[in-house]
Design a protein around this ligand. Structure first.
Ligand code: FAD
Ligand code: NAD
Length: 510
């Protein structure tokens, strides 16, 4: 059952209110929570003023609707009347008014590309933007993409395919060297074959309806030094294919990642284990015919329908344990994704997540995030400052650094929690520190029991200056931070005051 608090929901620290990057947050009036908004959208009230009609909107028309009580905004070609939503917007009315009467796609993408506005604002849809008149014959429209790429982006990838009696191989030439198995995400579902390759901040898409049926399993190979990706499909019937298939939406496009929508696939919950009194380890299984590996330091979005509206929240996959990277992989492909998730009884999303039964499905997006693995290369000292579930991105960073960075001399984790009972994977962390002499862990509690003899309090300059001791004056250092927004913001400021450079700090945010 959905747990809906009566007042002041979401709470002051809620992610429903807190936008990424420390944006200003605005206290919502009573009765203006996300749940109240969903109720209003289901009430049958005419929210567009068009009595259910959808219209074609010209630029001139859009411009006219630029006042609070008559505010239209275009996002990705669709126009919404957002006036009824003004008081419910967690970022405040002024923020929304910045896009009044105009195309708000870029503004929207800067702040919350992942918010599922199509579902949240579906009752506010006015219609589509009218197409611009066609260009005179002979003139090719110059796309914005080509324009941007010519100036600053990587060169455009291409693809090809070939076949034997039993196999079809799709080859993607990325023209980049720093690609690996994380760089390509493949989803084959019914009639759609989709391979998205992420190259720096761009996305290259092969998206086709295959001309013939294939078997469920396929393999993905990467030839790193030439930047080539091979996806090897097994034919169902040994017949010769005349073509690969017919193109689907955005096939063969190469566009900035921020301009692509998030792609989701349905994953099945296969296990759920208690880790602390309120945090659980969820294991999701990817659907067959999927290749998806979440890169170290990146998160995904989980999507669930809650009272008929699709709600999306970010979560950072972890390994199944702190020791799993040292084990031989049991299966050739990673088909499981693990999450450590804290259930907030008064939260909006997590109580619903907790209601999922083994075998139920939940949608998982493609990975996002700005942590780059090369930040760990040639590192000597790695310091991890984690608070509460802010520990989650540290799990893979820690595993990766200890296993793959030969230059590494020490890794220190300072883990901030309220009480001892809140510490995630405490015994694993202590075992790891015992096993690997490069690793040390220190727990700091903000609301300890009387008997606690360890460190206490919130993040502070005193705690940090004692903790952040370099192994030598010139050692290459990285400090990673993650936790509640005030923790991360205060921590960042303290680190700057302690003279660590921007390159030496990475804070995890949405
Ligand atoms: P919300 O509704 O957002 O509520 C959050 C807080 O507000 C809770 O303390 C709740 O008790 C309180 N609250 C709600 N209603 C009230 C009220 N009426 N009065 C007072 N207080 C109230 N979380 C994880 O557990 N694991 C992860 O791996 C993880 N990864 C993340 C990655 C990123 C990039 C980001 C930005 C966040 C991540 N989070 C993670 C947090 C996660 O996205 C959600 O914010 C979190 O699960 C809370 O969601 P919710 O809807 O259940 O709670
Ligand atoms: P919590 O409330 O249990 O607090 C854990 C510790 O954070 C506290 O003991 C304290 O030391 C510190 N803290 C809390 N409030 C503080 C404040 N106002 N000032 C200074 N320090 C403070 O934490 P939680 O409920 O586990 O929440 C974890 C947070 O981490 C959530 O906000 C979540 O969104 C965030 N998170 C972000 C990412 C990411 O951005 N990649 C990933 C995971 C979690």
């Amino acid at each position: 059952m959905l747990n809906v608090p009566s007042q002041s929901f979401p709470g002051p620290s809620s992610q429903q209110r807190i936008a990424s990057g420390g944006r200003s947050k605005v206290p919502l009036k009573q009765g203006r929570s996300l749940m109240d908004w969903i109720r209003l959208t289901k009430s049958g009230k005419d929210l567009t003023g068009l009595r259910g009609r959808l219209i074609e909107v010209t630029e001139e028309e859009l411009k006219k609707h630029n006042k609070k009580d008559d505010c239209w905004i275009c996002i990705r070609g669709f126009v919404y009347n957002v006036s009824p939503y003004m008081e419910y917007h967690p970022g405040g009315e002024d923020e929304l008014m910045r896009a009044a009467g105009s195309d708000g796609t870029d503004l929207f993408d800067q702040v919350h590309r992942w918010v599922n506005y199509e579902s949240m604002l579906k009752e506010c849809l006015v219609g589509r933007m009218a197409m611009k008149p066609a260009l005179p014959k002979g003139m090719l429209p110059q796309s914005q993409v080509t324009d941007t790429l010519a100036k600053e982006g990587p060169s455009s990838p291409s693809y090809d395919w070939f076949q034997t009696d039993s196999l079809v191989t799709i080859v993607i030439y990325t023209k980049q060297k720093d690609i690996n198995l994380d760089s390509v995400i493949v989803d084959h579902r019914d009639d759609s074959f989709r391979a998205e390759t992420v190259i720096k901040d761009y996305s290259y898409l092969v998206h086709v309806a295959l001309s013939h049926e294939i078997q469920e399993d396929f393999s993905v190979l990467v030839v790193e030094n030439v930047g080539k990706i091979e996806i090897i499909l097994k034919k169902k019937e040994n017949i010769s294919w005349k073509c690969l298939g017919h193109p689907l939406e955005n096939h063969n496009s190469f566009i900035p990642k921020k301009d692509t929508g998030l792609f989701y696939r349905k994953c099945q919950l296969v296990s759920k284990e208690d880790v602390t009194h309120d945090t659980k380890l969820f294991c999701l299984m990817l659907p067959p015919s999927t290749h998806l590996q979440v890169p170290v330091g990146q998160h995904v979005y989980l999507k669930l329908p809650i009272t008929g509206t699709e709600i999306v929240k970010p979560y950072t996959p972890v390994s199944d344990s702190l020791f799993s990277e040292f084990k031989e992989p049991v299966l050739p492909n990673n088909i499981y994704i693990y999450f450590l998730i804290k259930i907030y009884p008064a939260g909006f999303f997590t109580p619903e997540l907790d209601q999922l039964q083994i075998g139920d499905y939940i949608s998982v997006s493609n990975p996002e995030g700005n942590f780059i693995i090369s930040q760990l290369q040639e590192l000597e000292d790695l310091f991890l400052l984690a608070a509460g579930t802010g520990f989650t991105p540290m799990v893979k960073v820690l595993n990766y650094a200890l296993t793959n960075i030969p230059s590494l001399r020490k890794v220190k984790l300072m883990f901030f929690n309220k009480t001892e009972d809140d510490i995630i994977w405490r015994s694993q962390l202590e075992k790891l520190a015992f096993k690997d002499k490069r690793f040390e862990v220190e727990f700091v509690l903000s609301a300890p029991a009387y008997e606690w003899s360890g460190k206490q309090g919130y993040i502070s300059p005193a705690l940090l200056s004692e903790f952040l001791e370099r192994s030598s004056d010139t050692s290459r250092v990285l400090i990673c931070l993650c936790g509640p927004t005030p923790f991360t913001e205060q921590g960042m400021k303290m680190l700057h005051d302690l003279n660590f450079s921007k390159d030496e700090i990475h804070s995890f945010t949405a």
